[in-house]
Design a binder for this molecule. Structure first.
Ligand code: NAD
Length: 391
């Protein structure tokens, strides 16, 4: 859910009326009554929720038929992945909408409270740690019993960004011995602060802009695979989280490396939604090959909807506080955060890569978006389960 009851109550206090589609929060643990008690209006269907809305807050991009239902000139706040969703971006532009995509949020200190990628990556990393423990047919902690001593599980985490660090922390809390690797040199200290060992390879580090990794060449990845093979072979569990924003995930674990792992070992691939870090990954499936289970976790936050929504709703509310002043929509397009997240401004596609994907020239500045009474709507999510909406 993009808005949870507690946040609906807080928004009401800032002059923003929240309207929710009946039942939208039920599967995330937020019944209609909780919204009503918080001061939100609960209406029967999506069409009634959307009628007259000036802002629509969502988790996933709308489907094309859902764009049709949006009021003209509406503002939309959501995860959008604008390049992958270019048809939807075009339809939203045709509606004269103003669209903010939280996956484009600049990673600056002032934006941290709105950083939905980070909040959801925290959920994903935690899920990855739990999923690993569930799939492994061994204990995570060391046990010293009268019947003998059980050694702790050996977990290797590849990619130590927000999700990877949470996976490390979760595996450590469960008692595993954890090693971790990342191409960014800055990750070393963070890994060590969680009590894990940082794996150093005889390879140059790759720090890109904004704390992200740079895309690596095929030669670099081949060398990396060669150097990581022994690490992978000795691990009971490999959790992979490596991503390059806007690109296919790099392959870190080849089939040959899986073959080198012990019988019963587990690979949890958190990059399954963007192609996978393991050659054998199938998104949403558990593949058993060479005695190893390769789990392609898709949209992990959807499997922990209460707290995923709790965090996401706060991100949304903090973003709204930036674009709503005294109960009126008043986005400042000179603000780095507003400009950075804006994909469509009053019907004009302003995000360069989204414009390019649509064959449009990158536009210059346009007039301010339409201003109306701010009403935040949560119309519920598409019935398409694969979209994994928190609602
Ligand atoms: P991400 O999800 O894009 O990638 C996950 C990790 O994969 C990254 O740490 C990346 O370095 C790593 N990776 C990429 N290619 C790899 C490869 N071939 N081998 C091994 N690892 C590889 O990244 P993320 O978790 O969203 O963020 C990365 C970093 O950005 C964070 O750790 C943090 O330092 C920074 N950050 C800053 C802010 C802020 O300042 N507001 C907010 C969030 C994150």
């Amino acid at each position: 859910m993009a808005i949870v009851p507690e946040v609906a109550g807080k928004l009401a206090g800032t002059g923003i009326d929240v309207v929710v589609q009946s039942g939208a929060g039920a599967k995330a643990g937020f019944p209609d009554t909780a919204y009503e008690q918080a001061g939100a209006s609960v209406v029967a269907d999506a069409a009634s929720a959307l009628a007259g809305a000036s802002v629509v807050a969502r988790v996933q991009p709308p489907a094309l038929h859902e764009v049709d239902q949006l009021p003209d000139g509406v503002s939309l706040v959501s995860f959008l992945q604008p390049v992958a969703s270019s048809e939807v971006v075009k339809a939203l532009a045709d509606k004269g909408a103003t669209v903010y995509s939280l996956d484009l949020l600049p990673r600056i200190s002032r934006a941290q409270s709105m950083d939905a990628l980070s909040s959801q990556a925290t959920v994903s990393g935690y899920r990855a740690g739990l999923s690993a423990a569930e799939h492994l047919h061994k204990f995570f902690p060391m046990f010293m019993t009268a019947a003998g001593t059980v050694p702790p599980a050996k977990v290797l985490v590849m990619g130590a960004g927000v999700a990877g660090l949470q996976a490390i922390a979760t595996a450590r809390r469960l008692g595993a011995v954890v090693r971790a690797y990342d191409v960014r040199a800055a990750a070393k200290e963070e890994v060590q602060s969680l009590g894990a060992t940082f794996v150093e390879l005889a390879l140059e580090t790759q720090d890109g802009a904004g704390g992200y990794a740079k895309e690596q060449s095929a030669e670099y990845l081949a060398k990396q695979q060669e150097l990581l093979a022994a690490e992978v072979a000795s691990a009971d569990v490999v959790i992979t989280t490596a991503q390059i924003p806007g690109r296919q995930a790099p392959v870190l674990v080849t089939e040959a490396m899986v073959e080198g792992m012990s019988e019963g070992a587990v690979v949890i691939d958190l990059a399954a939604d963007s192609g996978g870090n393991c050659e054998l990954t199938m998104a949403g499936e558990d593949v058993v090959a060479h005695g190893v289970t390769v789990v392609g976790l898709t949209n992990p936050p959807a499997s922990m909807p209460t707290h995923a929504s709790f965090l996401y709703a706060r991100n949304i509310a903090n973003f709204l506080a930036l674009v709503v002043k005294d109960g009126e929509l008043a986005p400042d397009f000179d603000d780095e955060i507003v400009a950075g997240t804006c994909v469509v401004r009053a019907g004009t596609v302003v995000h360069p890569a989204a414009a390019e994907a649509l064959g449009l020239p990158t536009p210059g500045p346009v007039g301010p978006p339409p201003v109306a009474e701010p009403t935040v709507e949560e119309p519920g999510e598409s019935t398409d389960e694969s979209k994994g909406a928190a609602s």
